[in-house]
Unconditional design. Structure first.
Length: 149
C-alpha cells in the first residue's frame, strides 16, 4: 500500500472511531466539551493553527514518538502491543474533558499508535505519517465547526 492510501486509511479509521463511539445512545456530546468551546472561541484562523497544525505535531511527539520510538531505541525486545497501549492511555489522559471524550481519544490513540508502529516497520517516516493522519482527522470536526456552520 502506498503512503497516500496508508494515510487515507488511517484518517478514515480515526474518524470512524470517533463517529461510532459518539453515536452510542447516552454518550455525552463531544461538542459540549469545555476545551472544544475554548477552541471555538479562538476564531477560525487561530483554531485552524491550533487544531490542524500545532496539536497534531505536539501530540505526535508526546504520544507516539516518545512512548513508542524512545523505548524501542533502548531495547528492541519490548512488544509493540504494550507500547501501543501505553501510547493510547497517555493520549486519552491528555484529552480528559469528559468520560466519552476520553474513550474516543483512547481508541483514537490506539489507531494513531498502531499506524505509527506499522510506519516504523515499513521503514517510513512514522512521525510524518501520523501527523498527517492526525491533521486530516482533525480537519473533519474543524470543518463542521467553522466552515459548514
Amino acid at each position: 500500500m502506498n503512503r497516500f492510501f496508508f494515510i487515507l486509511l488511517g484518517t478514515i479509521l480515526l474518524t470512524l472511531t470517533s463517529l461510532i463511539i459518539t453515536s452510542i445512545p447516552g454518550s455525552e456530546s463531544l461538542h459540549d466539551v469545555e476545551g472544544i468551546q475554548e477552541i471555538k472561541a479562538l476564531g477560525a484562523i487561530e483554531a485552524f493553527f491550533t487544531v490542524i497544525i500545532f496539536a497534531p505535531i505536539l501530540e505526535t511527539v508526546l504520544f507516539q514518538l516518545i512512548p513508542i520510538r524512545l523505548p524501542l531505541l533502548i531495547s528492541k525486545k519490548i512488544k509493540s502491543f504494550y507500547l501501543i497501549l501505553v501510547s493510547a492511555i497517555l493520549f486519552s489522559l491528555w484529552h480528559c474533558y469528559n468520560a466519552t471524550y476520553m474513550i474516543v481519544m483512547f481508541f483514537g490513540g490506539l489507531v494513531l499508535a498502531y499506524f505509527f508502529v506499522v510506519s516504523m516497520k515499513r521503514r517510513e517516516y512514522g512521525f510524518l505519517n501520523i501527523t498527517a493522519i492526525h491533521m486530516l482527522s482533525n480537519l473533519v470536526p474543524y470543518s463542521m465547526d467553522f466552515i459548514f456552520v
